[in-house]
Unconditional design. Structure first.
Length: 256
């Protein structure tokens, strides 16, 4: 077998949460280009359906657009039911959906803290749990959780203690669940990107130029499309002996 065959995802079914834009959408396109049928989800059904048909048109894969707020277990379970009804299985789950807010630690309102944790950490847990229940029955599957370089470093100058804590939590959740499920054929890994040009960070142009880019050894932010190959690697048999691991794709930011 040629090594590149290990990256192929023909016939696989992949769910990507929060894939109506940004890193989720770029990853969904990459997974579809590698051969997978993809499930696009977001908080708004119309956006999910629009992106799903764009990807079907450009790649020829089967796609499905669904509404799902990842912080609500009943919506996560309904999403999984619909995936099984449509495709009969789930091979890959990229738990990407996340939000970020900036606030000094002494000022973060309790409601904002709870809301961010509900999406970034509990949402990843609920989706890992629900995808895992399907994959454990199948005896196979690859789950990828969206962490961040903020799991390791303290961002400057914006204060985001609650965001950093949520992403560090994603890493440890990934490791603990990976160890539980490793003997049963389900791999669970994390990806920790650095600064990527998405709508999440679009409002911070001045910070990007004055603070972020000068601290990135590669001297630039990444484009969303650059995450695609890393997700295909973690989703596919190319990473068949990797579980509980983490890919850091941050242009070297966490080195300094
Ligand atoms: N952009 C970066 O520099 C960067 C760096 C490291 C990690 N990340 C992480 O990558 C992920 C994607 O970020 P992005 O930059 O593409 O952001 P984005 O804001 O462009 O996209 C986020 C996506 O998540 C969806 N979403 C938000 N809340 C949701 C909820 N409750 N349920 C379901 N979907 C929800 C949004 O609709 C959107 O599709 C996030 O988890 C983020 O923390 C981003």
């Amino acid at each position: 077998m040629n090594v590149l065959d290990k990256f192929k995802l023909d016939g696989k079914v992949a769910l990507i949460t929060g894939s109506t834009r940004g890193l989720g959408k770029a990853s969904a396109i990459a997974l579809a280009q590698a051969g997978a049928n993809v499930v696009i989800t977001g908080t708004k059904l119309k956006d999910a359906q629009t992106v799903a048909s764009e990807i079907a048109d450009s790649t020829g894969r089967k796609t499905l657009g669904l509404q799902c707020d990842v912080s609500k277990s009943e919506q996560v379970n309904a999403m999984m039911d619909e995936i099984i009804e449509t495709f009969g299985k789930l091979d890959i789950a990229f738990n990407n959906a996340g939000i970020a807010t900036v606030a000094n630690a002494e000022d973060i309102p309790e409601e904002d803290y709870d809301n961010l944790m509900a999406v970034n950490l509990k949402g990843v847990f609920l989706c890992t749990q629900a995808a895992g229940r399907i994959m454990l029955r199948q005896g196979s599957g690859s789950i990828i959780n969206m962490a961040s370089m903020s799991s390791h470093i303290v961002n400057v100058p914006q204060n985001i203690a609650h965001y950093a804590a949520s992403k560090a939590g994603v890493l440890q959740l990934t490791k603990a669940i990976a160890a539980e499920w490793a003997p049963r054929g389900v791999r669970v890994n994390a990806i920790s990107p650095g600064y990527h040009n998405t709508e999440m960070v679009a409002g911070f142009k001045e910070l990007q130029e004055q603070w972020w880019v000068p601290r990135i050894p590669m001297g630039r932010m990444a484009q969303p499309v650059e995450i695609g190959p890393a997700i295909v690697f973690l989703a596919s048999d190319a990473s068949s002996y990797m579980t509980g691991g983490e890919l850091v794709t941050d242009g070297g930011y966490s080195l300094w």
